[in-house]
Design a protein around this ligand. Structure first.
Ligand code: SF4
Length: 298
């Protein structure tokens, strides 16, 4: 049947350019992550008004300001509770959470574990540079043993967190690792993480070129090996994923470690939300009732 309705315009990369240009140091790995997220959203044709990007504090947590979606730059380590609220208020939004290893695995590690066991439907991207960059180079929860930093000038004496093993043991239903020096591969992982129904965790090696002179692009390049290149690897096998997550050294796996699709996301398991997103219910409250609440509170 003929129609005079215009076809919806295709979203292009320019639609996702933020109003502010990134102020990251030239060469920072976070540029590669931003480009990969923008490309993934264009490839999936998810309109930017259907996306909300939430962050904590740190160099990488400035991310929501550099992309044209809804977003919020929250408190240090608190991005996941805010993102959980966003998802429960409107579970039809694509929720992206962006931050660094200090934010996510230091102050925010408790929220990280609970968001995974709750299977909140969002994609959590950690730009993991193994150092605190914004505060100019202190030891982070993923800094290697012996690494010399401003806060540990004689070398790190604390065993680093293994984010992949932690995610697997906390119940994350999608667990992957990328490298900002592998753009196409990273973009594919982001697309898979967005499409997964449940908590998707993506740890990204995103070198800090200013303060981490150990974990550089040159250090990672010969070591990273894609799990997808191993035809025998089965990403539905949790025990195999744990085994691969422990590999570190001359060979470091990147790619999808694990995915399971038989666990309902938090909003799908919550009976109140079965009738539809909460925000739609809120809009059905008559304006005079809303106003009376506001008057009571002001
Ligand atoms: Fe990136 Fe490091 Fe510069 Fe921060 S200090 S913007 S993490 S290179």
């Amino acid at each position: 049947m003929a129609t005079d309705m215009a076809a919806p315009r295709q979203m292009v990369l320019a639609d996702l350019k933020g109003k502010v240009d990134p102020d990251w140091c030239p060469g920072c790995g976070d540029f590669g992550v931003l480009a990969a997220v923008q490309k993934a959203l264009v490839d999936l044709q998810i309109p930017n008004h259907r996306v909300c990007t939430i962050s904590g504090i740190g160099c990488s947590s400035n991310f929501p300001g550099f992309i044209n979606t809804y977003g919020m730059h929250t408190l240090h380590g608190r991005s996941l509770p805010v993102a959980t609220g966003v998802k429960l208020a409107n579970h039809e939004l694509t929720v992206l959470v962006t931050g660094g290893d200090g934010d996510g695995f230091g102050i925010g590690v408790g929220h990280f574990v609970h968001a995974m066991r709750r299977n909140v439907d969002l994609l959590y991207i950690v730009m993991d540079n193994q150092i605190y960059g914004l505060t100019t180079g202190q030891t982070s929860p993923t800094s290697r043993l012996g690494m010399k930093t401003k806060s540990m000038p004689f070398g790190n004496i604390e065993t680093p967190i293994n984010p992949i093993t932690l995610a697997l043991s906390s119940g994350a239903t999608f667990v992957a690792r990328g490298f900002s020096g592998e753009q196409k591969h990273l973009t594919e992982l982001i697309k898979q993480g967005i499409q997964h129904k449940g908590f998707s965790f993506l740890d990204v090696f995103s070198p800090c070129v200013t303060y981490n002179h150990d974990n550089t692009y040159q250090w990672f390049r010969p070591r990273v090996k894609k799990l997808e290149d191993d035809a025998a690897y089965d990403a539905t096998d949790w025990a195999a994923a744990v085994e691969r997550s422990l590999l570190w050294g001359e060979e470091i796996p990147i790619g999808k470690f694990f995915e399971r699709t038989d666990v309902p996301a938090l909003h799908a398991a919550e009976p109140v939300l079965n009738a539809g997103p909460l925000v739609e219910g809120i809009t059905r409250i008559p304006p005079d009732v809303v106003q009376s609440f506001i008057d009571e509170l002001t």
